[in-house]
Ligand binder design. Structure first.
Ligand SMILES: Cc1cc2nc3c(=O)[nH]c(=O)nc-3n(C[C@H](O)[C@H](O)[C@H](O)COP(=O)(O)O)c2cc1C
Length: 393
């Protein structure tokens, strides 16, 4: 509730200035029903109406376009924002089973789910089946729709202990691993994998079959091997082949960086759903713009970007009381969101010099509002440039 009462005066000012004037009571009513101004909400709802729900095993989603788990990004503020902006479902960042079992306060904070989140899963990582089962029981109490096992993390610190993508190397133990976790929880169990450890040991088919045998609901596959890390391209031919033959629903993932790419894949894929990680960072409306007749013509203006940035800040304030967290998170998220707008490199330089949140928000508001006057807000993201070439899956 705090969010509705403490919504930023900047946002209120922005809404009053750039949309039709709204009195505070009306605004509170609007925010209770929706998070956005009526003008933005109308655009969102129009595109949301084009989505079709999907059921992957026992898990239903509002659309087949899902937000991929991303560490230090997919906490509830970002997940909820993406769900409100059309993501059919979301997954938390990877959370350590040992951190949960030791009662680590920071880890428990990561498990929190916002009451408005509808379709969220919690992702756990670890190598020890008993510790994973015990942590899954705790995670379940936080109210996720499903519990997901991270079997794709390529990071040395994780794989050296046998977790993440190292789990793909020991397929003999997988059935009992899944069984133990399934027995521990009542919500569905899901997994997210890579195609294999390396190009000589591509074994996603085998892992999918083991998962099906143990009652896993669906498998999300990042179309790269562990050895590839984030290099090269996701192997969509292989993903399509696996999806075509798989005995359970497959979610394809990798390199769907823009709405046109996502729409094109949606039209031809054999996968039951698609997962987007880095794409939504540079186009936060991607879960909607992928449904446009012409996905290159986004109807979302710089004013709309400013509005969602303000909403994100309010959600962040609900998530954490730490001003420093707000500053760091806002700076990085704003820089990603505005990628490709006119004059963005100058703006980025100024933003990283700002040391207090008020300055970050003022600079962003000024930038986006003048952008609206100068340019209708066309974004030109250079998709051939490397972007975020590291992560935990
Ligand atoms: C910054 C970052 C953090 C990530 N963290 C996770 C994670 O916690 N769990 C996971 O399964 N995958 C994680 N991933 C992998 C993504 O979920 C996804 O599989 C990968 O980025 C490929 O999809 P994309 O091309 O749509 O980004 C992460 C990726 C990035 C870029």
């Amino acid at each position: 509730m705090g969010f509705f009462i403490t919504f930023s005066t900047t946002l209120q000012k922005n809404l009053q200035g750039s949309h039709s004037p709204l009195d505070p009571l009306c605004l509170i009513r609007v925010f209770l029903a929706t998070m956005f101004s009526p003008q933005l909400q109308h655009k969102i709802d129009t595109l949301k109406a084009r989505r079709t729900p999907v059921k992957l095993g026992a898990v239903s989603f509002d659309s087949p376009l899902l937000l991929a788990p991303m560490s230090a990004i997919c906490h509830f503020p970002f997940r909820l924002l993406m769900e409100e902006l059309g993501a059919g479902g979301t997954v938390s960042e990877l959370i350590s089973c040992h951190g949960i079992n030791y009662g680590n306060e920071k880890t428990r904070q990561m498990l929190r789910i916002h009451p408005k989140e509808k379709n969220v899963g919690i992702q756990l990582f670890g190598e020890d089946p008993e510790a994973m089962a015990q942590a899954a029981r705790v995670a379940e109490e936080f109210g996720p729709k499903f519990i997901d096992i991270n079997m794709g993390c390529p990071v040395r610190k994780v794989v050296s202990k046998g977790g993440g993508s190292a789990l793909l190397k020991d397929t003999q133990s997988l059935a009992s691993f899944f069984k133990g976790m399934k027995e521990a929880i009542d919500v569905p169990l899901t997994i997210k994998i890579r195609t294999g450890w390396d190009s000589d040991s591509i074994n996603a088919h085998e892992v999918v079959n083991i998962a099906e045998g143990e009652g896993v609901e669906f498998v999300a596959i990042h179309g790269r091997t562990r050895t590839q890390q984030y290099k090269g391209e996701a192997n969509w031919d292989l993903l399509e082949e696996i999806a075509k033959e798989a005995p359970l629903p497959i979610i394809g993932n990798g390199d769907l960086h823009s709405a046109p790419l996502t729409q094109e894949r949606m039209k031809k894929t054999q996968c039951q759903a698609l997962m987007l990680g880095r794409g939504p960072l540079r186009d936060p409306f991607i879960f909607l713009t992928s449904y446009l007749d012409d996905p290159t013509q986004s109807p979302f203006t710089p004013e709309d970007f400013w509005e969602i940035i303000c909403v994100y800040l309010e959600l962040l304030r609900e998530y954490s009381q730490m001003e420093r967290t707000h500053l760091i998170q806002m700076r990085k998220m704003i820089v990603w969101f505005v990628a490709g707008f006119d004059g963005v490199s100058d703006f980025r330089g100024k933003l990283f010099q700002a040391k207090i949140l008020g300055d970050v928000m003022k600079l962003t508001e000024d930038y986006l509002m003048t952008l609206n006057e100068r340019n209708r807000g066309t974004k030109r993201v250079n998709l051939s440039q490397p972007f975020m070439m590291g992560g935990h899956g």
